[in-house]
Every structure is written in C-alpha cells, then in structure tokens.
Design a protein around this ligand. Structure first.
Ligand SMILES: *[C@@H]1O[C@H](CO)[C@@H](O)[C@H](O)[C@H]1NC(C)=O
Ligand SMILES: *[C@@H]1O[C@H](CO)[C@@H](O)[C@H](O)[C@H]1NC(C)=O
Length: 259
C-alpha cells in the first residue's frame, strides 16, 4: 500500500507551525539595546559613551533623548541627538559620546523611532526645528550618576567694592563649612577666608518652567569667599589641579582653595 497523499501536506503544516512559533522568541532576542559606560562619572564635564545595537530598519530620524532626572516623562528630554550622527547608524548599531554637566541629579537615556511622516511642523523648538516624536520608544539605559565628594565646581572670580579684594565663588553638593586658602607660595597658604554659603529654592523662581517640578534643577550650594590684601594690578587665573583643588594664580602671589 502506498502512503496516503494527505500525509505530506499535514507534515508541512506542522513544520510551518513550528517555524511561526519560533519567530517571537527570535525577535525578542534582537530587540534594541542601549548601554552606557561608565555608570558613574567622576566629575562634571566627564564623558559618557552611549552605545546602541539591534535597531532594525533604522530611520535617519531615530534619536537619542537625554533625561535628568531619569524618570522624566518622554517629552521632557533636556537634549537630544540623532542616531545618524554615528557613522555606523545605518547598520542598526552605533555610539555617541557626550560630556555631561553634573546637575546634582541622575541622568538616563532613551532611543526613539521617528519617521518623516510623523514630523509635526506645528511643534517647534526655540531653534524652529520640529520637536522629535516620542511615540515609539526603542530602548532605555540604566541611570547614570556622579561620584560624591569631588569638591568644588564652577569656580568663578568676581570683584568686590575694594580694589585689594577678589571674591571666589564656587558650587558644592552640600553646605559643609568650606574655606578659601591663599598665600604667596603654593607651600605657604597661610591666609584663610571662610566662605559664606547660600542656596536658592524652587519657590524663589519667578515663572514656569523653573518654578515647577519639571523645570527645576537643584542648584547645589553657592559658596562665596573673599581674598583680601591683594596688590594693585594683579592678574588672577584659576586652574584646576587633580580634579578637586583649584589654584588661583596671580603675579607674585598664589592662592589655593581647598574643599
Ligand atoms: C542582537 O540580536 C541578535 C539576534 O538577532 C542576538 O544574537 C544578539 O545577542 C543581540 N545583541 C544584543 C546586544 O542584544
Ligand atoms: C510659577 O510662576 C507663575 C508666575 O508667577 C505662577 O503663575 C505659577 O503658579 C507658578 N507655578 C508654581 C508651580 O508655583
């Protein structure tokens, strides 16, 4: 007896069913990934490497959103870059390096699919570019933070009303007592000015979005120390040393600030 002609189509349909049931598992293992290196930056201005892969059929409008705090809603990105700024974007993977300012809050990153047909010319940013669409999230990163205890940041020099004085202003993450130490030699920083410390709060902001939870940024603590007894006509220059100390150099006189 020859086999029934029906048995072949039945076997084929079993094969087709197995193939179909394998499909979802395969596509989930190739879902886009977004990773950051490192997860903790040492200081403000250091660079994070953001890498993505497995983005299928890349669009040249696919973009990377920068978020801080990390749980901000999709449309509250604080900056963005198109993935096509990476030379390998068309392959579905690539990387972008970004220097990040310490906002005293963590960051996170998300990549989105955006296509030409979704460009909405009625929603423009301040530079008159259409705001990128957030309808299709591809992937999001882990949060990124900054190492604690890295000392003063954003050091600025300013005048006071006295010719023989300079004001040294800087930011820190807490209100602990800090000093500006100065003297004529780097090894002899005998003069000390206690820095005054102040802070402003969200309630002090006069308008939205700065006075709302979305636009408010923790300013840190603002320190202010006054260097006295400077000679007339000195030129001051601030240089950063070992990431944590700032030296204020002037002709014939050096001052050093310690956290
Ligand atoms: C990308 O997808 C392939 C399968 O399509 C998988 O083997 C690979 O591990 C994925 N890569 C990442 C980084 O997830
Ligand atoms: C922010 O400031 C504006 C203008 O003063 C005010 O109308 C608004 O209520 C404020 N919002 C919050 C959350 O305080």
């Amino acid at each position: 007896m020859s086999p029934s002609p029906l048995s072949i189509p039945v076997m084929m349909s079993v094969v087709v069913l197995i193939l179909i049931s394998l499909m979802p598992a395969q596509s989930s293992s190739s879902s886009p990934t977004l990773t950051i290196t490192p997860r903790i930056l040492k200081k403000s201005g250091d660079t994070v490497l953001i890498e993505w892969s497995n983005v299928s059929s890349p669009s040249n409008l696919d973009w990377l959103g920068i978020y801080s705090p990390p749980d901000s809603s999709h449309d509250c990105f604080i900056g963005y870059k198109f993935l096509n700024s990476s030379p390998s974007w068309a392959s579905g993977s690539g990387s972008i390096s970004l220097p990040l300012t310490n906002l005293r809050s963590k960051y996170s990153f998300r990549i989105f699919r955006w296509t030409q047909s979704e460009v909405d010319l009625t929603k423009l940013d301040q530079d008159h570019n259409p705001l990128p669409g957030t309808a299709h999230l591809l992937s999001q990163s882990n949060p990124l933070g900054f190492a604690a205890g890295r000392g003063p940041e954003q050091v600025h020099l300013a005048f006071t009303d006295e010719e023989s004085e300079m004001r040294v202003m800087f930011l820190a993450e807490d209100a602990e007592k800090r000093y500006v130490r100065y003297g004529e030699e780097e090894e002899e920083m005998d003069e000390v000015a206690v820095a005054r410390v102040e802070r402003y709060e969200r309630d002090d902001m006069c308008d939205a979005p700065a006075n709302s939870s979305v636009g408010w940024r923790d300013p840190g603590w603002v320190f202010d120390g006054v260097i006295k007894g400077l000679k007339k006509g000195v030129r001051l220059e601030v240089i950063q040393k070992a990431g944590v100390r700032f030296i204020v150099l002037c002709h014939g006189m050096k001052t050093q600030m310690k956290p």
